[in-house]
Design a protein around this ligand. Structure first.
Ligand SMILES: Nc1ncnc2c1ncn2[C@@H]1O[C@H](COP(=O)(O)OP(=O)(O)O)[C@@H](O)[C@H]1O
Ligand SMILES: [Mg+2]
Length: 220
């Protein structure tokens, strides 16, 4: 039985799909059997996978399921070392049912955005409810899209980190943070992840962050 990691948020545009594709590519490049379960109706992952095939990159199966996806998560996790579940950017049955069976939840936040920080209240509530039926669920907040060259943005991350750690009722933040780097996006545009790319600005930094993240949540 492989591990299942759900990427969910009550908000769109936080970086779920970008992170899922980059992590999937990292795992595939490290010879792990990885699958992606798409539970968002938009075409992002389908288009990514078509480009991936066109560009001759190592195949990563993308499955689809909607509604109550708990059974499908269990079935697919058994077929792979790691199953990454990409959710839609709003409260959904897919997200809530995924939390009842998944091993790991990652919810993403850009620390400088009040809108994104505010999603943590509802997500925390959903997580604590899900843990009553799935006590093994390990939930994490991943700080992402941080403009690490701007001291005020780094300060926002440090302050949010301190705030969440001050009360364990909150889903706790990961030590690893992802920077805002064009290469995460440009890799995705080509059906790739940063681990498929040969060269580019900040490539080493981007690959390092993805590996540290995957390691910290226990899927690498
Ligand atoms: N770490 C990052 N650095 C730079 N851009 C990012 C990063 N993560 C996501 N993005 C960009 O943010 C936008 C939203 O990302 P996406 O993965 O589609 O979010 P979601 O799946 O949560 O809706 C996209 O334009 C994507 O390229
Ligand atoms: Mg998405």
């Amino acid at each position: 039985m492989g591990k299942s990691a759900v990427f969910g948020s009550d908000k769109g545009g936080v970086g779920k799909t970008t992170t899922v594709t980059n992590v999937a590519s990292a795992l595939a490049n490290k010879r792990k059997s990885v699958g992606i379960l798409k539970s968002d109706k938009n075409r992002d992952l389908l288009n990514w996978n078509i480009k991936r095939q066109q560009n001759g990159l190592p195949a990563i199966p993308v499955y689809e399921a909607y509604g109550d996806i708990s059974k499908e998560i269990k079935r697919l996790a058994a077929l792979h070392d790691v199953l990454l579940v990409d959710c839609a950017g709003h409260d959904s049955q897919e997200f809530r049912s995924a939390l009842t069976v998944a091993d790991i939840l990652v919810t993403l936040v850009k620390p400088s955005s009040v809108f994104e920080r505010d999603t943590l209240t509802d997500v925390t509530e959903k997580v604590r409810k899900a843990q009553k039926v799935n006590p093994a669920l390990q939930p994490w907040v991943l700080f992402t899209r941080i403009e690490t060259n701007k001291p005020s943005k780094v300060k926002d991350a440090i302050e949010l980190d301190k705030f969440l750690r001050s009360d364990l009722v909150w889903v706790q933040p990961l030590k690893t943070r992802l920077s805002a780097l064009d290469i995460f996006e440009s890799a995705c545009n080509e059906g790739a992840g940063v681990h498929d790319v040969a060269r580019g600005n900040s490539l080493g930094k981007a690959k390092g962050q993805i590996e540290l993240f995957a390691n910290e949540i226990g899927i690498l």
